[in-house]
Design a protein around this ligand. Structure first.
Ligand code: TGC
Ligand code: FAD
Length: 389
């Protein structure tokens, strides 16, 4: 009997252009050749060669790929989503490296920066010669970044920044940090070269999730920056939230990629594994599990492509991004956990991807807005009433 690939069940390729499929295949091959063979080792070590990878990804045009100019690939949003899908089918941490670089650090400079800031940083970041991070969250202000304590005060012609940011992806390997701080004019973004005096970053130890990713604490102690360090077009909390829309978009496609990888692993394992004298795939209970997973995967991918088309049409609303992020991360996590049951004891090892993905997806469920935050965003859109506080 022939097998149908999970996403062929919803005929996903028919919704994509030749160029979109070609980009997807390029990233899939890059992951097969350069990422997948090393993932177990990186996950176990709790580290990855981010600088080398950034250079290679820059060479492929994956960094800030849907931005225009500055050497960026200038693809549409769906292509960027498909790249995230393939990267996260390998590992959420690898997709995070690309998301934070392109959708958070670069996008902040691109959307709110001066020409000087853009010309100084974006070409190097596109190429992977400079790595960026995005410091919004603080230890006591994750879901509620508007409460942040990090502050920037004017001193003569300079800005002086003080505060601590927590859980910052790429923080201790970054060349530049986009730091959000409270000022007399409200929350504003600052471009902070990480070799600035008073800036330190240290890696968060002991993570059980997203281990193939660098997660850091940033400390800013009287970091003195010139007047030109502020992102001139950043005004209030809506500026960093505008960046989050971009990164959350990538996660809508990415998370479902992790789900796809788990389902593919489960199908392959069930075909080979014999229990009670016949293949695991031949039992109705197994097929029901696989079919449920394929349903969630297919619906998630259709939602991703639909949201991608809305974004390319310039019609995407934040609550639609929340629907996609909430649904697809939840679906991927459910698929990963169910796939793990099919693999039995083998499922808990690094020889197979399922528990690595499930562990990673716990972070993905929390970062870029927890499930509860996205439920409240959707609830607010439905009722017109905010229930965050
Ligand atoms: P609220 O009063 O609702 O809004 C403040 C201002 O922002 C505007 N706004 C948005 N603008 C753009 N995009 C959005 N999605 C926006 N949502 C709201 C709003 O209109 C208002 O504008 P204005 O002009 O009136 O001032 O804000 P709030 O304080 O009640 O908070 C709302 C809430 C809870 C939804 C928001 O704070 C939130 O999204 N919290 C979650 C924080 C979060 O997701 N942090 C992620 C940090 S980065 C990260 O995790 C990277 S992980 C690595 C990776 O991506 O791979
Ligand atoms: P909290 O906000 O303390 O939430 C704890 C619980 O309370 C959650 O279940 C939450 O949903 C719930 N809750 C909160 N508010 C409400 C409410 N109003 N109603 C009901 N329930 C509520 N941040 C960055 O700025 N940059 C990064 O690069 C970055 N990278 C990250 C990488 C990793 C691996 C991780 C784990 C996090 C990263 N973050 C980053 C931080 C991330 O965005 C936050 O962890 C996230 O926003 C949640 O904040 P918190 O962890 O403080 O949880």
């Amino acid at each position: 009997m022939t097998r149908t690939a999970p996403l062929d069940l919803v005929a996903i390729d028919g919704l994509l252009s030749d160029e979109e499929r070609a980009i997807r295949e390029t990233v899939r091959k890059f992951c097969a050749d350069r990422i997948r063979p090393h993932l177990a080792e990186w996950f176990e070590k709790g580290d990855l060669p981010a600088r080398d990878l950034a250079k290679e990804m820059g060479g492929l045009g994956l960094l800030g790929m849907h931005l225009q100019g500055y050497g960026a690939a200038g693809t549409n949003a769906v292509s960027y989503g498909l790249a995230c899908h393939e990267l996260e089918a390998a590992d959420s941490g690898v997709r995070s490296l690309v998301s934070v670089q392109g959708s958070l650090a670069m996008y902040a400079i691109y959307a709110y920066g001066s020409d000087e800031q853009k010309n100084e940083w974006l070409p190097r970041m596109v190429a992977g010669d400079a790595i960026g991070c995005f410091g919004l969250t603080e230890a006591d202000f994750g879901s509620n970044p508007g409460g942040m304590r990090t502050n920037a005060r004017k001193d003569g012609g300079d800005w002086v920044l003080n505060g601590t940011k927590m859980w910052i992806t790429n923080g201790s390997i970054a060349d530049v940090a986009v730091v959000w701080a409270r000022t007399d004019e409200g929350i504003r973004g600052f471009v902070v070269p990480t070799d600035s005096k008073g800036f330190t970053a240290s890696t968060v130890p002991g993570k059980l999730s997203l281990r193939a990713s660098v997660t850091s604490e940033l400390v800013l102690e009287d970091v003195r920056l010139p007047a030109a360090a502020v992102l001139p077009r950043s005004k209030g909390l809506s500026s960093p939230l505008g960046c989050l829309n971009e990164a959350r978009f990538g996660i809508i496609f990415g998370s479902i990629g992790a789900g796809r990888d788990c389902l593919e692993a489960a199908i392959s394992y069930a075909a080979d594994r014999e229990v009670f004298d016949k293949p695991l795939a031949a039992y109705q209970l197994t097929q029901a599990k696989l079919a449920e997973m394929a349903l969630e995967l297919g619906k998630g991918m259709l939602l991703a492509v639909h949201i991608g088309r809305l974004k390319d049409a310039g019609a995407l609303k934040p609550e639609q991004v929340s629907m996609g992020k909430l649904n697809n991360v939840r679906a991927a996590l459910q698929i990963a956990r169910e796939a793990r049951t099919i693999l039995g004891a083998n499922g808990i090892t690094l020889e197979y991807p399922v528990l690595r993905h499930a562990n990673n997806l716990e972070s993905v469920l929390t970062y870029e807005g927890t499930s509860e935050v996205h439920l409240l965003v959707i609830g607010q859109a439905l009722t017109g009433v905010g229930a965050f506080r």
